[in-house]
Design a protein around this ligand. Structure first.
Ligand SMILES: [Fe+2]
Ligand SMILES: [Fe+2]
Length: 220
């Protein structure tokens, strides 16, 4: 088994949990449906525990939770990208905005679920007994919750979208009018290639700066 590769993956998975935690804070803070808000808060608390579980696992395997692997930086950029959607919500109704938040949760939980599924498979296949034991313990603690996070997000998003389509409310007619009759800008203006906006921006952080995970843990 290649321990450095595993530690790089765990750094990435830790960043995914950190991004999820930030996402849950944002979506819970502006959700107007009490049942959804309650779920976001509960899943956010579980995500905070997953973060701590991964910090402990990395230390137990001899790694440094303060280390940010290259794929962890990518995970950070992706998580920031989901939150960046909040900057382009003009024209969305409150219902559409909240459905978009839930869609972001579904995207984040899809990755989170895949991470823990991989750890579960690794726990079965790895031959080093110490690593196997450590992986099995965290998987036993977390995996069922990840199953719930993903299935809840998927089912609730489809319920929400079905309700919107069948019962509305429909958007104001002016909005359709504007979309249908407005001049169509070149596709490059609507969807600029992400690479032109500077890929991997956080990779330019000074190497000695504290990681987002460590800063977040410190601020409580
Ligand atoms: Fe998680
Ligand atoms: Fe999750």
């Amino acid at each position: 088994m290649q321990l450095p590769v595993l530690l790089d993956k765990l750094s990435e998975f830790l960043m995914v949990e950190q991004g999820g935690l930030e996402l849950y804070r944002v979506v819970a803070s502006r959700c107007t449906d009490p049942a959804l808000t309650q779920r976001y808060e509960a899943f956010g608390q579980e995500t905070a525990i997953h973060r701590q579980v991964l910090v402990n696992l990395i230390q137990r395997l001899g790694g440094d939770p303060n280390y940010v692997s290259p794929t962890a930086r990518l995970a950070q950029v992706k998580a920031a990208g989901l939150l960046q959607g909040d900057l382009v919500v003009d024209g969305l109704s409150q219902q559409e905005l909240e459905a978009n938040d839930l869609e972001n949760v579904l995207l984040a939980e899809t990755k989170d679920h895949a991470d823990w599924h991989l750890l579960q498979q690794l726990a079965q296949q790895v031959d080093d007994p110490t690593v196997k034991q450590a992986l099995q313990e965290v998987v036993d603690q977390v995996e069922d919750e990840e199953d719930t996070h993903l299935s809840w997000a998927r089912d609730t998003l489809s319920q929400l979208a079905l309700k919107l389509v069948t019962q509305g409310p429909a958007p104001a007619p002016e909005r359709w009018q504007q979309v249908l009759t407005g001049p169509v800008p070149p596709i490059e203006q609507i969807h600029p290639a992400p690479i032109e906006q500077g890929l991997l921006e956080p990779a330019r952080l000074s190497p000695w700066q504290e990681t987002p995970v460590v800063r977040a843990l410190r601020s409580g």
